[in-house]
Design a protein around this ligand. Structure first.
Ligand SMILES: C[C@H](Nc1nc(-c2c[nH]c3ncc(Cl)cc23)ncc1F)C(=O)NCC(F)(F)F
Length: 296
């Protein structure tokens, strides 16, 4: 059992490759090699874009969030790296070699059958149940933010938009929606910027759709919604158009070959009224029951 680091020294962090970019900065694969003998562990280092002061406060909050989360279904926090003098710092996380769910499913390894997709869904659901127990709302649950630890384990990997629900409220209202992933948003999040555990459940339904679509680009939520809105109309307010078709009871179509009881699970997550959506705890039971059916 190696002692989890909390402070990493920049000079021992050796850059290996770029893993990806977000609207905050970028994530790199590095080797932390203090002994200089190449025995160091590989880590994922989240670097903040320089001179983005506003982001620094969000970044500190993200570090605060991720360092307080301990679950098998959430990417592990390792520590922080205080860059020399720059005042900014980097977030050091465990490195998951299989990358994000999108890349993993696109390669569609043939062994990723429906049972395996349901296993992944139940793990994401357990991660969200844990997050809810800590009074966090994620606000950006999407396949792109789920990491693959192994062929039988996925973890929620990004907490950039996560907020704490105030103790006296059932929802969180954001002031200005930044880069909003509206195609993963519940109606009340689109129209009133209201976020709750039940808006996370709506997003979980979208993640179920992504899973059973094997994250195929042609079936991705944004593309399907834009087709439904009719991308020919000059788009000034996509969010208003999306809100209206959802109000008219349009929902994402069942992915090809999607089992009916899985599609009905998605539809439960997409109930117009937030109170009508299942809690993550009952979603977990639904998924286990579906997995059990297959066994019988
Ligand atoms: C911006 C970064 N993007 C990417 N990261 C990785 C990755 C592989 N292995 C990893 N191990 C630990 C981490 Cl934190 C990321 C990766 N792979 C492809 C990416 F595009 C990211 O953080 N994405 C959010 C989330 F991690 F949830 F997928």
């Amino acid at each position: 059992y190696h002692q989890e680091q909390t402070v990493y020294e920049e000079r021992h962090l050796r850059y290996i490759s770029a893993l990806g970019k977000g609207n905050f900065g970028s994530v790199e694969l590095c080797q932390y090699d203090p002994l200089g003998d190449n025995t160091g562990e590989q880590v994922a280092v989240k670097r903040l874009q320089p001179n983005r002061q506003a982001n620094l406060d969000d970044f500190r909050r993200e570090i605060q969030t991720i360092s307080s989360l301990h679950s098998d279904y959430i990417v592990k926090y390792r520590g922080v790296c205080k860059a020399m003098g720059l005042g900014s710092m980097s977030l050091v996380m465990e490195y998951l070699p299989h990358g994000s769910l999108i890349g993993y499913l696109e390669k569609k390894p043939s062994h990723v059958n429906h049972r395996r997709l349901l296993l992944f869904a139940s793990q994401i659901c357990k991660g969200m149940e844990y997050l809810q127990s800590m009074r966090f709302i994620h606000r950006d649950l999407a396949a792109r933010n789920v990491l693959v630890a192994s062929d039988t384990l996925v973890k929620i990997g990004d907490f950039g938009l996560t907020k704490i629900i105030p103790f006296d409220k059932e929802y969180y209202k954001v002031s200005q929606p930044g880069e909003s992933p509206i195609f993963w948003y519940a109606p009340e999040s689109i129209s009133e910027s209201k976020f709750s555990h039940k808006s996370d459940v709506w997003s979980f339904g979208i993640v179920l759709h992504e899973l059973f679509s094997y994250c195929e680009l042609s079936l991705n939520p944004k593309k399907l919604c834009m087709q439904a809105i009719g991308s020919d109309i000059q788009m000034h307010c996509t969010s208003m158009h999306l809100f209206n078709i959802l109000k008219d009871n349009w929902r994402l179509p069942a992915p090809p070959l999607c089992p009916p009881n899985v599609y009905s699970m998605m539809m439960k997550c997409w109930a117009w009224e937030s109170e009508g959506r299942p809690a993550f705890s009952s979603l977990g039971e639904l998924i286990e029951a579906t997995l059990q059916e297959d066994r019988d």
